[in-house]
Design a protein around this ligand. Structure first.
Ligand code: ADP
Ligand code: MG
Length: 336
């Protein structure tokens, strides 16, 4: 077989396979874009567990008419001017919108801040149409319909509408925890609406999302080692769960699902919690972006630390010390 260059549409579909696993992955990308756009209100509407419709509305900076076509083109981003070492935004790969447009019907309506009119662009399974004038007072509305309808292999792996809706809510909760001052609203077909109003501070947002009971049964964590800072709330060992769904970990404001971090959290509770129970925690790590690589996987949920031992020791040590001070265990070894 001769070697040929893949066409653009095929490349987008391949990228989509990595970025978009299920409706919740689309929500993650669109809400990240809204956050990056400086939104103060973000609304997420879904139908059919996100399989029929996903709509994310924001009041952010908007996209100029002249840039709408670029926004849906692969490797086009407004966010990487400082290079990979200085990523200050949640997005940077310029892959999400073209990927989504290759496996669904995508439409973006937007009015750039200060612009006199709004414009809309549509991408139907890779076929682009627009931009054309539309009506919108501010911000951006992104709609995704019929996700995976033409990708039967993916469609087959999706769960029930209810399970997909739960995954969507989980993704929004994770992003909302990192952005307490933004108001989030999630509404489903059945007219159920979940609102996280703009919060005064992190404590209030944590209580909105994990409940007052958690806040009252958690210890405040603050620790620092060699310019790596750890903060957040760790549930008391008595406030445990049967699964790890209530563990929210962030690196420089980005929700992550990193194996090492999860295991460090576990390690901090090793002496005070039964093996079959799981801690509830919200932990934020802040460190120089040069010491952590978020460009490990297209979904950006994995991270690689330059010094994983230091990070692990910081987390395990801080948790153990907190529980020791609270008199929750007999032995008091030092940090890991
Ligand atoms: P990335 O976020 O990695 O840059 P995306 O494909 O998600 O790539 O988005 C492409 C570009 O479209 C962004 O860099 C940004 O300039 C623009 N964009 C996307 N969504 C929004 C939004 N909600 N508000 C303003 N600009 C947006
Ligand atoms: Mg993005």
């Amino acid at each position: 077989m001769p070697i040929v260059q893949l066409d653009e549409h095929l490349i987008d579909q391949i990228a989509a396979g990595e970025v978009v696993e299920r409706p919740a992955s689309v929500v993650k990308e669109l809400v990240e874009n809204a956050i990056d756009a400086g939104a103060t209100r973000i609304e997420i509407a879904t139908a059919g567990g996100g399989k029929t419709l996903l709509r994310v509305t924001d009041d952010g900076c908007g996209i100029d008419e002249s840039e709408l076509a670029l926004a849906v083109r692969r490797h086009c981003t407004s966010k990487l001017s400082g290079g990979l070492e200085e990523i200050a935004t949640l997005g940077f790969r310029g892959e999400a919108l073209p990927s989504i447009g290759s496996i669904a019907r995508l439409s973006i309506r937007s009015r750039a801040a200060g612009a006199g009119a709004a414009y809309e662009i549509a991408v139907d399974h890779g076929h682009c149409d627009g931009p054309r004038p539309t009506a919108l007072s501010r911000g951006t509305v992104v709609e995704v319909r019929d996700l995976f309808q033409k990708v039967p292999a993916r469609l087959k792996f999706l769960k029930s509408d209810r399970a997909e809706s739960t995954a969507i809510t989980d993704v929004v909760k994770r992003l909302a925890l990192a952005e307490p001052e933004i108001r989030f609203e999630i509404s489903g077909q059945d007219r159920t609406t979940t609102v996280f109003p703009a919060a005064r501070d992190m404590g209030e947002r944590i209580a909105q999302i994990l409940g007052e009971e958690f806040s009252q049964n958690a210890a405040e964590i603050t620790a620092e080692r060699e310019d790596v800072r750890l903060s957040g709330l760790a549930g008391l060992p008595t406030f445990s769960r049967g699964n790890s769904l209530q563990q929210f970990l962030f690196v420089n404001g980005r929700p992550v699902r990193d194996k090492m971090l999860v295991s460090a959290l576990r390690g901090g509770y090793a002496d005070v919690m039964a093996k079959d129970r799981h801690p509830v925690a919200v932990l934020f790590l802040t460190l120089d972006p040069a010491f952590v690589d978020v460009n490990v996987h297209p979904a950006k949920a994995d991270v690689r630390f330059r010094d994983p031992g230091l990070v692990r020791g910081l987390i395990v040590g801080a948790l153990r010390q907190t529980f020791a001070e609270a008199g929750l265990r007999s032995s008091s070894e030092g940090a890991a």
